[in-house]
Design a protein around this ligand. Structure first.
Ligand SMILES: [Zn+2]
Length: 69
């Protein structure tokens, strides 16, 4: 079995606040904008994607039949 891994790191606009950094207060109230928890007010986030690939040999048909008996 062989394993290969790949890590992707990139910056993207925060999807939680749309890049504003703050979430709008509730309409009709005096609530101030709330700092976005996801990006902590920066409006940008770093996204890390970890991709793991596992490679296994394809089992030949005759070996599958033997194992069955
Ligand atoms: Zn945000």
């Amino acid at each position: 079995m062989r394993k290969a891994g790949h890590i992707l790191n990139y910056n993207d606009v925060c999807r939680n606040c749309g890049g504003e950094g703050y979430l709008a207060g509730i309409k009709g109230t005096d609530m101030k904008p709330v700092k976005c928890e996801t990006c902590q007010g920066s409006g940008m986030v770093t996204i890390k994607k970890e991709i793991s690939i596992t490679i296994t040999p394809k089992t030949p048909m005759y070996e599958t039949n033997r194992a069955g008996h």
